[in-house]
Unconditional design. Structure first.
Length: 693
């Protein structure tokens, strides 16, 4: 059939509809392709801008080397794309950017907000700084945001509330400032809110109860103020609550005790007041950790606390709790940490330590701390039946009396044993040497008597030993020289006698303190003292140590405080003390030292106090350094000293007097010579004048 050029082609309506549908799909595909292409380019550029802002702190790291155009960005390290478009690269979009713990430095590019399909952004544990870009608020598909453990500063962007899909928000361990934005409480799907360790201030938003999906809330170690919002009690699924180390005040809202799902509560180190409900044990049946230490809470410890069968950690330290400690704590069979330090528990109760007997059922117990309370009971024998896993037993700062039982040697896992500031009597048990894991032993300020057992030398892990201020007798066991890790050694204020064992004063690990003051130690100071090259303080005062000060003492070049007063040291002050460049305090008073005061003492720039009084020193007193300060030196009781600064009011030295006389004579001779010379010159001039005339 021939087509006439001016003839219109008319289609039947039944055939027109499929053609329109086909055309629509074609145009739609073109639009989608164009959009996908645009999205592809946006993702690519955003990633490149991110790369330009960061660097790796590890020169050997290859984390960013894959970020180049030789491969598709979906194959770059740390990048995840949607999987349903793997055949169409132009349609692939970035869904996750995850580079945690890669030592990244630099800042976070605002272009990150153009990754419109991003569901996870994880840059935790790096070294990124700067502010968190507000452009993150554009990521309305974002479910996980983890920027914790970086150096981000500035404020939390309030428009982060636009990320309605967020379930996991981690911004902890940064340097964020300002208030917590109220807008955050609009994130109804949020399950974890982690703001721990920042510089946040102001109150916790009262609307925080709107976070109905929250299971974990951490805001500790900030500077938050105000009261705890009662709305926290509306978060019915909350399991983990950590708001410790802030400046919160007021009482703990009663609504919080209704959260039966809570397993962890940490509100320590605030200014919280009030008392705990007596039915606490029935209200929080799943609680495993309760940290309320360092607050202002009063009243008694609820007896019902023993119903918390899942309790593992209980810390009520440094409050104002009074009254008895529940005696059936043994029901808490899983208890590991139990701390009541710094309260007013046990006053006037002779049976106040009976709870220790019950604790013997807690076979997992590792820490028992009742330091600085008012317990007046006798130390129960049952202390020896505590868990063999017990690592820290701290009973100091009370009025506990009785003996230290030999059975305590059963506590073979002990690393810390503190019994100081009590009324304990009797000897230190011989079995003490069986505590081979012990690192700290403190039993100072008691009434312990008898000799120090030689078995103490078996405590080879010991770093801290203090038995000061007791009634201990006999000599210092040389076996203590086996304690090669000792840093602190204090046996002061006892009734010890004998000499200082060279093995003990030659422990090279001693670096904090070595003290034997207030005993009856005799003999000389061993030259082995020179091995204490890292020690900062020595106190040998008020003993009967004799002989000369060993020159080896000058080898203690880290020494800052040296107390040797009240002994029988003789001879001169050795020149080797010139090597004590770090010395700040030096007391050699009340000995029998003789000779001159060394000139170098005035040149020790760190020396701020010097006491040389009541010796037999003689001669000229130096006038530089410490000798220029009247309040920094004491030299009275040395009758043959002379000279020095005027404020000392000492007589002039004999050689100074003779020198003064000689200088006066010399002045007169000079005056006489000048006068005679002048007269001769004048007469000569007059003679010449007369002759010329």
């Amino acid at each position: 059939m021939d087509f006439m050029p001016n003839t219109l082609l008319v289609l039947h309506p039944a055939k027109l509809l499929p053609l329109a549908i086909l055309l629509f799909h074609h145009l739609n595909s073109l639009v989608q392709y164009e959009a996908a292409s645009t999205g592809y380019n946006a993702d690519h550029r955003a990633l490149m801008e991110f790369k330009n802002r960061v660097a790796t702190g590890d020169p050997s790291a290859t984390i960013m080397s894959s970020w180049n155009d030789t491969i598709h960005f979906c194959d770059w390290q740390g990048i995840t794309c949607n999987q349903n478009n793997r055949r169409h690269q132009q349609r692939q979009r970035v869904t996750a950017l995850s580079l945690p713990s890669q030592r990244l430095t630099g800042s976070l590019s605002p272009y990150i907000g153009n990754l419109s399909h991003l569901q996870e952004l994880n840059l935790g544990n790096n070294f990124l700084k700067g502010e968190i870009p507000r452009e993150l608020g554009k990521l309305n598909l974002l479910r996980i945001l983890n920027l914790t453990d970086n150096n981000f500063g500035g404020q939390i962007p309030s428009n982060i509330s636009n990320c309605k899909a967020l379930t996991y928000l981690h911004l902890g361990n940064n340097e964020l400032q300002g208030k917590i934005p109220m807008e955050i409480t609009r994130l109804s799907k949020l399950e974890t809110l982690h703001l721990l360790v920042n510089n946040l201030t102001g109150p916790i938003p009262q609307s925080i109860g709107n976070l109905s999906s929250l299971t974990k809330l951490t805001m500790g170690r900030n500077s938050l103020s105000g009261s705890l919002p009662a709305g926290i009690g509306m978060i019915l699924q909350l399991q983990f609550l950590q708001i410790a180390e802030n400046q919160l005040d007021g009482v703990i809202p009663p609504s919080i005790y209704n959260l039966s799902s809570l397993t962890f509560i940490a509100l320590a180190t605030n200014k919280l007041q009030g008392s705990l409900p007596q039915d606490l044990g029935q209200m929080l049946p799943n609680l495993s950790t309760l940290y309320l230490g360092d607050n202002l809470i009063t009243g008694s410890i609820p007896a019902s606390i023993t119903n918390l069968s899942s309790l593992v950690n209980l810390d009520l330290a440094y409050n104002n709790f009074t009254g008895p400690v529940p005696t059936d704590l043994g029901r808490l069979s899983g208890l590991i940490w139990f701390n009541l330090e710094g309260n007013q528990l046990g006053f006037g109760d002779e049976n106040g330590l009976d709870f220790i007997t019950s604790l013997s059922n807690c076979t997992s117990l590792e820490t028992l701390d009742i330091y600085n309370n008012m317990f007046e009971s006798q130390l129960p024998i049952s202390v020896a039946n505590l868990s063999t896993r017990l690592s820290m037993l701290i009973l100091g700062g009370n009025k506990i009396h009785g003996h230290i039982h030999e059975g305590m040697a059963n506590l073979v896992s002990l690393t810390v044993l503190r019994l100081e500031n009590n009324d304990l009597q009797g000897p230190l048990p011989i079995t003490i040497g069986r505590l081979e894991n012990l690192q700290l032993l403190s039993a100072s300020s008691n009434k312990l008597s008898g000799q120090i057992p030689s078995s103490i030398g078996s405590l080879t892990q010991l770093t801290y030993l203090s038995l000061a201020d007791n009634l201990l007798q006999g000599g210092i066991p040389s076996t203590l020289g086996n304690c090669k890790n000792l840093q602190f050694f204090a046996l002061s204020e006892n009734m010890l006698n004998g000499t200082i064992p060279p093995q003990v004063i030659a422990i090279p690990s001693l670096e904090i303190f070595f003290g034997l003051s207030g005993n009856s130690i005799t003999g000389s100071l061993p030259a082995e003292v020179g091995k204490l090259q890292h020690l900062r303080e020595i106190d040998l005062s008020e003993n009967r140590i004799s002989g000369e000060i060993p020159g080896a003492l000058g080898d203690c070049q880290s020494l800052e405080y040296l107390h040797m007063q009240g002994n029988i040291f003789q001879g001169v002050i050795p020149t080797s003390l010139n090597n004590l460049k770090a010395i700040q305090y030096l007391d050699l008073s009340r000995n029998k030292l003789s000779g001159r005061i060394p000139e170098y003492l005035g040149k020790l720039h760190s020396l701020a106090y010097l006491n040389l009084s009541f010796n037999n020193l003689e001669g000229l007193v130096p006038q530089s350094g410490v000798f220029e300060n009247a309040s920094a030196i004491s030299i009275q009781g040395n009758r043959n000293l002379c000279g020095g600064a005027g404020f000392l009011r000492l007589p002039a030295c004999p050689n100074e007097i003779s020198m003064n006389k000689r200088s006066k004579r010399l002045k007169w001779v000079i005056v006489l010579v000048v006068c005679v010379s002048s007269g001769v010159t004048l007469l000569s001039c007059l003679g010449v004048i007369f002759y010329c005339r």
